[in-house]
Design a protein around this ligand. Structure first.
Ligand code: 13P
Length: 244
């Protein structure tokens, strides 16, 4: 299975010029070695779609409403209409803003109905992880049970990103051997709970050009969801070169 590299720009890229530079760098990537997805802020999605040659485009979030009187929301339908293929759902930074598992589940449903590929983010807090990997597994299992409730019938390859919250933006990444334990647990959960199609499970949290191969050299880790480092042109180039 090809590795999937997704860049979550968050709010790090704030000018068209900077966005354009990253689109150009992504287009120079060797497309055969891995799948590349860029997730810019909403206003840059249309330009991203126009520029996308060696990468696919993803949104960082979608509305939990299908349509209607919801000021400021961006629906799955709008994204599909723009040609967007992926959507990050349930990122811990959105959950910290009050997004519940019920909303995440609704977003998953709407994304799948619209034909978007959701990248569902799960991961535990530091205080949970301090109790050990089994506590982290319990936390993640509860998220998966709620976020994917009765979505077994989807005829879609799921993409799950394991992003331990304590590793996001801290410079402290997980140990790959621990990541593998959690990723295997997620894959086993999906298998034993009736998700028929094989899922890709990514790792995210302080991935950069120096440590990316520590993760991607393991066959269990199907890719990476990268925040800050994917928005720094030098780092982004080094990441692409490392995996190509
Ligand atoms: P960082 O790579 O900046 O730690 O962010 C990870 C992340 O949250 C990607 O969604």
């Amino acid at each position: 299975m090809k590795k999937l590299i997704a860049g979550n720009w968050k709010a790090y890229v704030n000018t068209e010029r900077d966005a354009d530079e990253l689109f150009s760098l992504a287009n120079s990537a060797s497309s055969s070695a891995f799948d590349l997805v860029l997730c810019p802020p909403f206003p840059y999605l249309e330009e991203a779609e126009k520029r996308a040659k060696q990468f696919a485009v993803g949104a960082q979030n979608i509305s939990s409403e299908k349509e209607g009187a919801h000021t400021g929301e961006v629906t799955a339908g709008v994204l599909k209409d723009l040609g967007v293929k992926y959507a990050i759902i349930g990122h811990s930074e959105r959950r910290a803003e009050g997004e519940t598992d019920e909303m995440v589940r609704e977003k998953m449903t709407l994304a799948l109905e619209a034909g978007l590929s959701p990248i569902l983010c799960v991961g535990e807090h530091l205080e949970t992880r301090k109790k050990g990997l089994n506590a982290a597994k319990d936390f993640i299992q509860e998220q998966l049970e709620k976020d994917l409730y009765k979505l077994q019938t989807i005829n879609y390859k799921l993409i799950i990103a394991y992003e331990p919250i304590w590793a996001i933006g801290t410079g402290v990444s997980d140990k790959p051997e621990d990541t593998i334990v959690i990723i295997n647990f997620i894959k086993e959960f999906l298998k034993t709970n009736g998700y028929k199609r094989e899922a890709r499970v990514l790792y995210g949290g302080s991935v950069n050009s120096k440590n990316i191969l520590d993760f991607l050299s393991h066959e269990e880790i199907d890719g990476a969801l990268i925040g800050r480092a994917s928005t720094n042109p030098k780092e982004f180039t080094a990441i692409i070169n490392a995996i190509a």
